[in-house]
Design a binder for this molecule. Structure first.
Ligand code: NAG
Ligand code: NAG
Ligand code: NAG
Ligand code: NAG
Ligand code: NAG
Ligand code: NAG
Ligand code: NAG
Ligand code: NAG
Ligand code: NAG
Length: 887
């Protein structure tokens, strides 16, 4: 019986102790041939290899040169096989089991199907094995219990079924990383799972069909950092042993199960009291269970997802102790009472605050305005009353605020026009009254505004945002009037109590349609709703979680090495005084740019981490977001989103003309305006003032829709804090000094005289950048080597010979325009040049602030798009006299 299941090659190997093998190799010398025939048999089982990756797997070529193959140092045995994402199709050949020295086997992200060969149990050297994201079926063979050296196993995203492989959890005592998620495993989690896995750090079993309880024995795996059991059918309580004995636990995902609170009758149930012992916990997701309780002090917690539970108490003020929360989602519970001031004082909250769909009441706390880094606030569908706090606009980073479906009263504070990043504001279904503040039309960011179903009166303001809103945003406000036909007209004030004929017809039609639709959906409704819910459970929520996870990848050095193919040369997309930038792919397949910082000696990890935390929280549509950072004593890297359209540099000076687009004048103005907005945020609005120090076209990146994002901001800050600041000022040749002052051609003259970095220095660099964008002349051009800077050169041509200095492409497109457009363009070009010259004046104090520059560029943008009422503050008074094209 035993013998039948034990693979042959396993027996052969077992009879030779592994430490004798090198000697055996020497004696026999043909072991490499075994590896070769194993690999060739594997190749044979592959039915499709679209990239011909296995093309050089041929007897005539030495095996150690085959693609994806790595060998031991003496070149005698194959120790690694990396076939990740090679689009291979076919079965997995059992002959691979002959590679008895194989330590790493990565077959992830292919289309391999069939079973995992039982013979793999004889890969006695195997330490890392990934089959992630294939179409492998059937059970995990029990023979895996023989893989004594296994540390890392990832079988996630396949169609594996049956019970969890018990032998793996008993015998493979070195396991650190186990990911069996997103398969079809059924049954219980083995109750003894934790008895022997002392080194286990990550256990992911999410998206399976596991039932039963969470075994208490897991608490024996006291190294566990991440436990992810989401979306199974687990019941019972979370064992208190886990909560007490897992000091290192950082991530606990239990959403989408049917867990219960330990003691539903008390407010501070043991469950949550004991959670306060998990001092390292960063992410806790319990959404969609049936818990009901309160929380303790979790100072490291960054993500708390408790939506769709049955919490029916008031919000405990003690939650305010979770001072590092980024996401708090309590939506769809049965919470009552007010929002305690303690918890809205979450100054650090960086993503979202969602209390929607509860029974919360009382006034909105003034402290809401302290959340100046939060991106979204959703308090909709509660019973809040009172006024909208006028200082709400202090939530500077907010992009979405939803206060709809409450009982808010009073007027809308005109200060709401001051939001810097707000794109969506939903105030519908409240009791708000008074006039709609005209200040809202001035907001540059607002796109969606909903004021429906309130008691607003007066006329709808004109201009800006309001020109693009439809009646959908204002319906159900009886006393509101609008210049166009759908609503009552503004001049017929007397008739305001009676509806216009058209509006009555509209209303009657709408109502009867709704009644009709409601009747139909009552008939069809139930099934549809059910169907929808299933879809939502399996897809939407897991997508949501995925996106959340990709927002917060925890990145280790190894992951960075993997993501960048070991800092492979072909992945290098940029380099500068800070270090190198590589294109990388994270485990979730998202594309990123990895910036590896060059470090000085005598660095301090702590201050780097602290600075990083600050910079991670700086959010603005024109500033590059830092996704995460990796910080080790001698290695520091930043992970940033990958930008599809490259850098401004690559568009101004394309290496290959076919591959980049020519920047139109409009695009150039937009880019300058974006950069100005980003810098002005850094200088004047961000939580800490940041001086960029190295503004230049290769640090301006362009996303899919050509929005410009300033990158590398604050790196000087990071590196400066890490390296020794003193050393920097003394030794001007060190590269940190370079970091401080920026790049040649863009450095403000006062830096040369020993002045330290200042916002005015950035303004100077920005001025150079503008001039460069208009002239398409590098400030480092030979032309400017003999003391004549780009600004001086432009200035010397300012009267009369403008045509000679403007980018020929713009001049050419000017010629094609009708005279009116040409005139507008010429004025715009002159405005740009003037702003560039103002920003590059010698005396720092005479340069404008970035706020002024941003305002100017905003006006210019609007002028170019046809708004003729603009005047320009920056004007040197010469615009009207300058003509670029002489007819
Ligand atoms: C191996 O390479 C040789 C010469 O490069 C070629 O002639 C032969 O067809 C190849 N064999 C296979 C199996 O691809
Ligand atoms: C390799 O593996 C296969 C199947 O697992 C086995 O039949 C064969 O004897 C092994 N040895 C060699 C040298 O190929
Ligand atoms: C576990 O290891 C022991 C020896 O340490 C071995 O006898 C047993 O067969 C292994 N179990 C499985 C399921 O492989
Ligand atoms: C921890 O493991 C030991 C055996 O190694 C076992 O006796 C004990 O019950 C386990 N603890 C829990 C909480 O299961
Ligand atoms: C926290 O841990 C300590 C030490 O293990 C233990 O004595 C205490 O009971 C735990 N507290 C809770 C609330 O579980
Ligand atoms: C939470 O913190 C407060 C004050 O820092 C402390 O008094 C309290 O005992 C802590 N609670 C728990 C459960 O650790
Ligand atoms: C809560 O609100 C935020 C912000 O609007 C949103 O991203 C999140 O999906 C919401 N949560 C749920 C469960 O709908
Ligand atoms: C605001 O919340 C309400 C109710 O929760 C929802 O119906 C509405 O779609 C939300 N508004 C926006 C703009 O997301
Ligand atoms: C505004 O809210 C109302 C009511 O919730 C809704 O019917 C309407 O479609 C919303 N308007 C817009 C523009 O989203």
């Amino acid at each position: 019986m035993e013998l039948r299941n034990t693979p042959i090659c396993f027996l052969i190997l077992l009879s030779i102790p592994s430490y004798v093998l090198p000697l055996q190799d020497k004696l026999k010398g043909h072991q490499i041939n075994t590896d070769q025939s194993g690999l060739l048999a594997f190749k044979k089982s592959i039915s499709s290899d679209p990239q011909n990756f296995l093309g050089n797997w041929n007897e005539t070529i030495p095996i150690c040169q085959w693609n994806g193959v790595s060998c031991s140092l003496n070149g005698k045995r194959v120790t690694g096989l990396d076939l990740k994402r090679k689009y291979l199709q076919g079965a997995i050949s059992p002959f691979l089991c002959n590679l008895s020295y194989l330590e790493q086997l990565d077959l992830s992200e292919n289309s391999l199907h069939g079973k995992i060969p039982i013979e793999f149990g004889s890969l006695s050297s195997l330490e890392e094995f990934s089959l992630r994201a294939n179409q492998v079926q059937d059970e995990v063979p029990e023979s895996f219990g023989q893989l004594k050296r296994l540390r890392f196993i990832d079988l996630s995203r396949n169609q594996l079924r049956g019970r969890l492989p018990l032998s793996l959890f008993y015998n493979c005592t070195r396991l650190q990383y186990v990911d069996l998620s997103d398969n079809m495993f059924i049954g219980f989690i083995p109750s003894q799972i934790g008895h022997h896995l002392n080194s286990l750090e990550t256990l992911r079993l999410y998206l399976n069909q596991l039932s039963g309880i969470i075994p208490a024995s897991l608490s024996n795996s006291s190294s566990l950092v991440e436990l992810d059991l989401e979306y199974n059918f687990l019941t019972g309580t979370l064992p208190s042993e886990i909560l007490q004995n897992m000091p290192l636990l950082e991530i606990l995902y239990l959403s989408g199960n049917s867990l219960e609170s330990n003691d539903a009758n008390t407010n501070l149930s043991p469950f949550f009291t004991s959670i306060s012992n998990l001092t390292h916990l960063r992410e806790l997701q319990l959404a969609g269970n049936m818990l009901g309780a309160s929380l303790g002090n979790l100072t490291q917690l960054r993500i708390l997802l408790l939506h769709e539970n049955l919490f029916s108490e008031t919000i405990p003020p003690s939650l305010g102790g979770c001072i590092n929360l980024d996401i708090l989602d309590f939506s769809y519970n049965k919470l009552t009472g007010t929002i305690p001031a303690e918890i809205v004082g979450f100054r650090n909250m960086g993503l979202y605050f969602n209390m929607s769909n509860n029974f919360l009441s009382g006034e909105l706390p003034m402290e809401l305005s302290k959340m100046d880094m939060v991106c979204a606030i959703d308090l909709s569908s509660n019973n809040f009353n009172g006024n909208i706090p006028p200082n709400l606009a202090n939530c500077e980073a907010a992009e979405m605020i939803n206060l709809s479906h409450n009982s808010l009263q009073g007027t809308v504070p005109s200060s709401l026009g001051k939001f810097l990043n707000l794109q969506t504001l939903d105030l519908s279904h409240n009791l708000l009254s008074g006039e709609i503040p005209a200040s809202l039309s001035k907001s540059r960011s607002l796109v969606h505004l909903n004021l429906s179903f309130n008691n607003f009166n007066g006329s709808i303001p004109q201009g800006g945002l309001f020109n693009s809103l439809s009646i959908e945003s204002f319906q159900g406000n009886q006393h509101l009037c609008w210049p166009s036909a759908e609503m009552q007209r503004c001049h017929s004030k007397k008739a305001s109590t009676s509806y216009s004929c058209k509006f009555l017809i509209f209303l009657v039609t709408t109502i009867s349609m709704s009644v009709f639709l409601a009747t139909i959906s009552c008939g069809l409704g139930f099934n549809m709703i059910k169907g929808f819910k299933i879809i939502k459970d399996n897809k939407a929520s897991s997508n949501f979680l995925m996106s959340l996870k990709s927002n917060y990848p925890r990145i280790s050095y190894n992951e960075i090495v993997k993501a960048t193919g070991g800092f492979e040369k072909s992945r290098l997309i940029g380099c500068g005084s800070f270090g190198h930038v590589y294109k990388g792919v994270l485990r979730d397949r998202s594309l990123v740019a990895v910036k590896v910082l060059k470090l000085q000696s005598g660095n301090s990890t702590k201050s780097f981490d602290r600075e990083c935390q600050i910079l991670k929280r700086i959010r603005h549509r024109n500033l590059m977001r830092i996704i995460t950072a990796c910080s080790l004593p001698d290695f520091k890297a930043l992970v940033l989103p990958f930008m599809a359209n490259g850098s401004l540099e690559s568009h101004l000076y394309p290496k290959n003309y076919g591959s980049s687009l020519q920047l139109s004048l409009n695009m150039r103005v937009n880019i300058c305006s974006d950069v100005a907005e980003g810098l002005s945020y850094l200088h004047h609005h961000s939580p800490v003032q940041v001086i960029h120090c190295d503004l230049k076209p290769c640090n301006i990146l362009l996303d899919n829709d050509m929005t410009a994002l300033v990158s590398d901001f604050g790196i000087a800050r990071l590196v400066m804090d890490v390296g020794e600041v003193k050393e920097t000022t003394e030794n001007t040749n060190s590269s940190t000094a370079n970091l401080l002052c920026g790049s040649i051609g863009y450095i403000a003259p006062e830096y040369g005289m020993g002045r330290s970095a200042s916002v005015k220095g950035d303004v100077y660099s920005f001025g150079v950048l503008i001039l460069e964008v208009v002239t398409r002349k590098r400030p480092t051009d030979d032309l400017f080597k003999e003391g004549l800077s780009l600004p001086k050169w432009v200035k010397s041509h300012y009267h009369g010979r403008m045509e000679e200095i403007i980018d020929p492409y713009i001049i050419k497109s000017l010629r094609d325009q009708i005279p009116e457009v040409r005139n507008t363009w010429e004025i715009s070009i002159v405005e740009l040049v003037e702003l560039g010259l103002l920003c590059t004046q010698e005396a720092p104090s005479t340069r404008p602030t970035m706020i002024d520059a941003a305002d100017d560029l905003d006006r210019l943008k609007r002028y170019l798009s046809g708004d003729n009422t603009m005047t320009f503050a920056s004007s040197l008074g010469l615009s009207s006299s300058v003509v670029i094209l002489k007819n």
